[in-house]
Ligand binder design. Structure first.
Ligand code: SAH
Length: 340
């Protein structure tokens, strides 16, 4: 049976038309699901009994379950158990502009970035649309909050689950759905170049972030193995095309790894690579993982790197270090659960 939260408004509209019902029924159902946020078809009071019964037979509304929560002052981290006993995480961040949720897109990840906890386990499967939508809905219900921003930066590579992720974005952005503004949504990819070209067509006003992490192919081949398939010149070409066609600014994430990518020469090389692009760089303090392969760059060196980039007129910010104590780094809670 299909989960109702898998359906875009268009799909639900087609469903009603196919069943000889008025197409506006889809909007009514969407209103119950995403504005009233009811948990049962029987609460959808403006629907005829026959329609409710038909929905009951064709769809489930079952929610994924929160089984663990950790928190500090700014960060709440949730562990979800899926119906096939897999685990995923979502992280809620209190920002000065609102509440931002970091959602997962896959169980595990195949991209193999060694500094990332999620790479330790290979991808088990893609998340379905409802499993992404419900990370938002279930947390909103549990905490009695309204999430205003979504970052698709949890476990998994969103562009390796492209169709489901695009449908998920469509549902949460839909004015009849969760109505989260596209400019309040960011998708982060390690650089699957063909999907970046797709995203130029499909992404609308949704923000794009690229996990760059290196100023040249030699270093990036090591840190982000997908670079061996799509090297920097191809990646940068797709990004220039993205900026040209969408007129939108791109974010480059750059995790600071001691003596690997954090030296003066790396900052100079990175400046050259990004010169003249409509972009900004987000320096990310490394959140150490179990494998101990890398160490964090100290504050002083991060600031030095930052200053060089500034001097070279590249827009740059340093990400606040949040949630270290509660293992809020990508995939860390899930890894702990799998161990137990
Ligand atoms: N696969 C996507 C999205 C998930 S990772 C991507 O690569 O963009 C989200 C961000 O967190 C990426 O920039 C990733 O490189 C970074 N990241 C992963 N592990 C980290 C760690 N241990 N410390 C700091 N940042 C990390």
């Amino acid at each position: 049976m299909q989960n109702i939260y898998d359906y875009s408004l268009i799909e639900l509209t087609n469903y009603f038309i196919k069943n000889n019902e008025k197409s506006y029924r889809a909007k009514q159902v969407y209103n119950w699901l995403y504005q009233q946020k009811v948990n049962s078809f029987f609460m959808m009071q403006n629907l005829k009994k026959e329609i409710i019964e038909k929905l009951e037979t064709d769809f489930t509304m079952k929610n994924i379950k929160i089984i663990d929560k950790q928190q500090d002052n700014y960060v709440k981290k949730y562990l979800f158990k899926l119906f096939d006993d897999n685990y995923i995480e979502a992280v809620l961040l209190e920002q000065n502009y609102g509440l931002s949720l970091c959602v997962s897109t896959q169980v595990g990840c195949n991209m193999g970035c060694l500094f990332c906890q999620s790479a330790v386990t290979k991808k088990i499967r893609d998340l379905s649309v409802y499993e992404m939508v419900q990370q938002i809905l279930v947390i909103e219900e549990k905490e009695n909050i309204r999430i205003s921003h979504v970052v698709v930066m949890g476990i998994g590579e969103p562009f390796d689950n492209y169709d489901n992720v695009m449908k998920f974005l469509n549902i949460i952005n839909d004015p009849n759905g969760l109505a989260i503004g596209a400019r309040h949504i960011t998708v982060s990819t390690c650089g699957l170049v063909p999907r970046i070209y797709d995203f130029i067509e499909d992404g609308g006003q949704v923000n794009l972030a690229i996990s760059l992490h290196a100023p040249n192919d030699k270093i990036r081949n090591q840190l982000v193995p997908i670079n061996q398939a799509y090297p920097l010149n191809e990646l940068m070409k797709s990004i220039r095309e993205y900026i040209r066609k969408t007129n939108r600014r791109v974010t480059f994430e750059y995790v600071m790894l001691k003596e690997i990518n954090d030296q003066t020469e790396h900052a100079e090389e990175l400046s050259k690579l990004l010169k003249g692009l409509n972009c900004y760089v987000n320096l990310i303090p490394y959140n150490p993982t179990e494998n101990n392969l890398y160490q964090s760059t100290n504050k002083e060196q991060i600031l030095k790197f930052y200053d060089i980039m500034k001097k070279n007129k590249i827009n740059i910010t340093i990400r606040r270090e949040l949630g270290k104590e509660i293992m809020a780094g990508c995939g860390q809670l899930r890894a702990k659960q799998e161990e137990e």
